[in-house]
Structures are given as C-alpha cells and as structure tokens.
Ligand binder design. Structure first.
Ligand code: PLP
Length: 379
C-alpha cells in the first residue's frame, strides 16, 4: 500500500509514489513496528506497554498500536489529541510528564485521563486541585549512567522525597498508587533497570501496608546504532524480571513500561541526498540535504551515530566529516565519530540513515533556513 505523507501536527497531505518522494524523507515500515511491539510483549509478559509517542507520533503508528492493544504515555495536549484521534481509550492514557500546566491537567481530566506521573510538591498540589481522585505515580530520580541521552537531574524525586510526595498525594485526595522511574533513553546497561527497581522497592518497603501497587518501568530500551554495543530487549527484560522476582515475596506491583525508541527506531530509514563533497583543511566534508534541524537532533554531541548505507556506491571508503545543509555552524552531524563513506560519493547520491524511526521526524523544526520538516511515509 502507498504511504501517506504528513506534516507536523500529523495532517495528511498526500499519497506519494515511492519514486517521487522528496529528499530527504523518512520511510517507516509498520510491519517492523508491529514486530518490535510483539517482541517486547513477549519479553515482558504481564507488563502493560504504554508507547511514549514523542518518539514517533505518526497517526499510522498510533493506529497500529491501538489495534495491538497498546496503552500510551503522553506529555502534552497535542499528544493527547493524537491518541484520541487514533482511537485510544482514555483509560489507556497515562500523562507521564511531571511538568504540567493547569490547562494540561484540565484538558486531560476533560478527556477522561486518570493516570499521571508527578515528582514535585507543587505538581502534586496541582493534581489534587484539578484532578481529584486521579491515580498518581511518583517518578524517582535514578542513575542514568549508560544512557546516550541522560536526564542529568531534570526529573525525579529522591527516595525520601518520594515517600513524602506519596503521602502528600494521599492527603490531597489523590490515589497515591505508583512509583516509577526512567533510566535514560538509549540505556546500554540492563542493570540500570535492576538498580532502579531496587530503589522503588526501598520506597515501597518504607510505606509498608501503603506500598505502591503500580510500578512504572519507564522507557530507555536501546536500539542498535553505529559504534555502540546495545543489549537487546530480552537482556533488558531479563534484568527487569529478575529484579522483580527478587522482591516478589513481599511486593508484587502491577508493572507497566513506557517504550518509545525501541518500538519505532528500527522501522525507519531516513533517505537523504548528498549536496556537496569537498576538502576543507585536509578533511573530506560531505554535506547532506538533511541535518540537525530536519530531524537529526540526536546527533547533538554525537550521542546517536546512525548506521549509513550508500546504495549504488560499493567502492573503497574513507573518513568524512558529515554535515547538514543549513548555514548554521551547529549543523554538523559527525566530526569525531569514525564515519566512512565511499571515496567516489558525489552530489545527487542517496545516503540512507538506518534505525532512524525514532526521534527524527518528531524533532524536525518547522522550517529553519527555509527547509521543510521531514515528511514520513508508511508502508
Ligand atoms: C520519552 C519518554 C519515554 C520513552 O523513552 P525511550 O527512551 O524512547 O524509550 C518514556 N517515558 C517518559 C516519561 C518519557 O518522557
């Protein structure tokens, strides 16, 4: 079936045949999303999966996951609307962003969302005021060493604070039901989940008979990229199951996870084109027609190094600096990473970035330097 192009906000604009799709664009294989979802279901039996849609909010992805029975983790009114449009039931929606406006909580409430994550006293009070009786989970600050994109203190309460926040939520008339965490995106160490579960269990132990009945395992499940050895979903799931079993004699919370990247990254191939190849100060620079502002935000700090393919060019390769097309000095994808491309690469050649289905189209700017955001086509 032909894909559907969408603009930001997920407005369907056109059906475009494969050969006339603009460069750059993202091709997303929905069958691969389904396989990734089912593999995670199998690896984490009995654990509800809430897709964190900021990784890729394409309406076809959301519709597929609704059909598969997934739940959703969302962070804004825009994401709430996308979930509802895709047919998700409000009972399957969890507002995972601990940073909320009054208007966010009111919109969520009006739409029937009853589950929220929190990590600060003022946010607990906001929920108590605007969403009385709602189910809340407290997000713990946990070690995010091993993450390619660590939160570095942006979110999460200490264990002491979590105990106090749950008490505050209960006193405020909320259902103080949960404890949870996020070990940092693209987490390469399965032990990160085990340590975080131990932390959650310490909080549960302190609360005794009021121990949380829900445990949010967050996201962070990694996907393969260049130069990075990443555990597969079974390795992460094994560490999780083992840690849960270790506390299972006295604490058996209903667990859920919030995978984002792991469900969509491998389903996406970003197809771009070489604009210019030239020597500068002894290095070969390759400029693509896609860069930091059309969806490659995760190349910042060279956090994520995409695997590259150059169809039709199979000759010897050499090191390059890979740059984006805009006039911004930041718009260089890789200077330090060992990126090698064919020596005969030339303007007009296609370069494919693999594993690019997550955090690309959703990060594309509305039109920096006059370049359009990255369109997505699903098959
Ligand atoms: C972004 C996010 C996720 C998904 O993280 P991945 O690393 O993509 O799996 C899950 N939960 C919350 C609260 C998030 O903000």
């Amino acid at each position: 079936m032909e894909g559907v192009g969408v603009e930001p906000g997920a407005r369907v604009v056109a059906r475009t045949p494969t050969q006339s799709r603009p460069s750059p664009h993202l091709d997303l294989d929905l069958a691969a999303v389904r396989r990734a979802y089912r593999a995670m279901r199998t690896a984490l039996p009995g654990i509800e999966l809430c897709y964190a849609l900021k990784a890729n909010p394409h309406p076809d992805v959301l519709a597929l996951l609704v059909a598969e029975g997934a739940s959703f983790d969302l962070a804004s009114v825009g994401e709430l609307d996308l979930c509802l449009l895709a047919g998700a039931a409000p009972a399957c929606l969890s507002w995972g962003n601990p940073v909320k406006k009054v208007t966010d909580v009111r919109a969520a409430r009006a739409a029937g969302v009853t589950r929220f994550t929190t990590d600060a006293p003022a946010d607990v009070d906001l929920l108590a005021r605007e969403a009385p009786g709602a189910t809340v989970g407290v997000r713990l600050a946990v070690g995010d060493d091993g993450s390619a994109t660590p939160f570095a203190g942006k979110f999460g309460a200490s264990e002491d604070e979590a105990v106090a926040l749950l008490a505050r939520a209960h006193a405020g008339g909320l259902d103080a039901a949960g404890i949870g965490f996020h070990v940092g995106s693209q987490q390469s160490d399965p032990r990160a989940w085990a340590r975080a579960i131990d932390g959650a269990a310490r909080v549960a132990a302190r609360l005794g008979e009021h121990a949380p009945r829900e445990l949010n395992l967050g996201g962070g499940f990694p996907t393969p990229h260049a130069g990075a050895r990443t555990p597969d979903v079974d390795a992460c799931a094994g560490a999780i199951r083992e840690a849960l079993a270790r506390h299972g004699s006295w604490w058996r919370p209903r667990a859920f996870a919030e995978p984002g990247r792991a469900l969509v990254a491998d389903a996406g191939v970003l197809r771009a084109e070489v604009v210019l190849v030239t020597e500068r100060a002894g290095r070969r620079w390759v400029y693509l027609d896609v860069g930091r502002y059309q969806g490659l935000a995760e190349t910042e700090g060279e956090m994520i190094v995409y695997r590259l393919r150059t169809p039709g060019r199979a000759g010897p390769t050499g090191p390059v600096v890979l740059a984006g097309p805009t006039c911004d000095g930041d718009d260089v994808l890789y200077r330090r990473a060992d990126v090698r491309l064919p020596l005969d690469l030339a303007a007009g050649d296609v370069v494919e970035l693999l594993g690019a289905g997550a955090y690309t189209a959703s990060y594309a700017s509305v039109g920096f330097n006059g370049l359009p955001p990255l369109p997505t086509y699903t098959t």
